[in-house]
Design a protein around this ligand. Sequence first.
Ligand SMILES: C[C@@](CO)(OP(=O)(O)O)[C@H](O)COP(=O)(O)OP(=O)(O)OC[C@H]1O[C@@H](n2ccc(N)nc2=O)[C@H](O)[C@@H]1O
Ligand SMILES: Nc1ncnc2c1ncn2[C@@H]1O[C@H](COP(=O)(O)OP(=O)(O)O)[C@@H](O)[C@H]1O
Length: 466
Amino acid sequence: MSFRIERARLAQVDDLRGIERAAQELFRGHAAWSSYAAAPMDAQALVEAISAARVWVALDVGDQVVGFVGVAIEDGEAAIAEIDVLPNHGRRGIGAALLEHACAWAAESGYPSVVLGTLSDVPWNAPFYARHGFEAIDPKQYTPALVAHQAYDRERGFPMHLRVFMRRRLRASPDSWTRWPAPAKLNLFLRITGRRADGYHELQTVFRLLDWGDELRLRVRADDAIRRLTDVPGVPEQDDLVVRAARLLREHAGGVRGVDIEVEKRIPMGGGLGGGSSDAATVLVALNHLWGCGLDEGALAELGRQLGADVPVFVRGRSAWAEGVGERLTSLALPRRHYVVLDPHEHVPTAALFQAPELTRNAPRATISSFVSGETTENAFTPVVRERHPRVAAALDWLGRHGAARLSGSGGCVFLELRSREQAQAIADRCPAAFTAHVATGVAVSSLHEALGRHEGGSNQPETAG
Ligand SMILES: C[C@@](CO)(OP(=O)(O)O)[C@H](O)COP(=O)(O)OP(=O)(O)OC[C@H]1O[C@@H](n2ccc(N)nc2=O)[C@H](O)[C@@H]1O
Ligand SMILES: Nc1ncnc2c1ncn2[C@@H]1O[C@H](COP(=O)(O)OP(=O)(O)O)[C@@H](O)[C@H]1O
């Protein structure tokens, strides 16, 4: 193959918009031309889709972006929001490979089907998709999202007699790869109220789960081997929390159970965003389902606690007020907020910070209402981290110019809370080269639990509007 497919990066936004414009040229003279030309792809929506890791690009041997596919999630199914290939790279199987790539991702993620809207009379549209297993959807079976698309098309003067929505049903076989998200967290505040006899600290914190994080692929094996197939820099296979979580669950559940694990790391390690803990929780929850162990959430959270203080909240999958070492959780309904998360590329060792003599570890107890009123926002680690890690201090100072920047967990990532995603993106766009900025939105229910619902088949049929 003279091209390869990989996840799109934000730096490629302009390339993708250029490809869309070039691909549209093929419609000049067609009845759909004017409505396509009048409504190019929305840049903000594209940035969000790339941040959500649902856009893939095809690159030629010279690393030029020659095509892309973007997937949206609508009414519980995957939707091809956009797929384009540079016209001078047509007829080389690039579009077909991108389409199959997106469908494979959706199948592994547990989505029951993939939908798209296209033109019935254009050879590289509906007939192409039909060759790839898509069938026209009866308008009486349209989902609410398709009804909305139809209304929008009508409004923009699209030739409706040529419009067709198509669906491909997906089937996941039990021995194929499955895909599971492992979301990041923020600590919206953190207070240390005491030290226990075992050296661990009593703390109070609010965990806010995000719509952004790592992704894991799991494939059940016929033997009892537990293998991590991807390299995680600095983390040997045997020490990886994903491997330790799988072993712990197997010890508990018994039987001959094995698994291959791939980890797509995005959450910076040692960044205070709980990446390792979330990966571990995802393995516990996903393998409990795939291996058919039948443990309930409480039992899984208890296994999680043995792996790390932050694991239980990811197992439970709800933003929460936490006490104890972080395992006593009370779900908290938080307002919809968006975050700029700044990674100063500084690994902050959690254990060393908890040992710091200058750490305030006897703070008075806070109350949920003092947090909700906005009075309690401090993080006990902030002065210690500022002193010991100048890069984190610099990140706090830069982000602090835009609002009340805070440290997450023991750092080194810092964040700022905002009311709109656009505001967050605008600040992220100005991030100095020394740091990396991510934009994320807080969620009420973890994407892991949504994935579990899909894999269990609970929400496995798209809803119809009728
Ligand atoms: C500080 C927090 C806040 O959410 O997050 P991170 O910055 O790690 O993301 C957590 O409490 C970290 O949880 P986690 O990273 O799972 O910690 P663990 O692996 O259990 O422990 C790492 C080390 O931190 C210390 N530790 C951890 C939790 C706690 N309540 N008291 C402690 O004293 C212990 O010395 C332990 O050896
Ligand atoms: N799958 C994993 N992902 C990240 N870190 C891991 C993993 N398994 C083990 N670790 C170890 O856990 C440490 C803490 O990682 P992480 O949970 O990402 O950060 P934090 O606790 O600061 O939120 C890492 O430095 C690494 O040595």
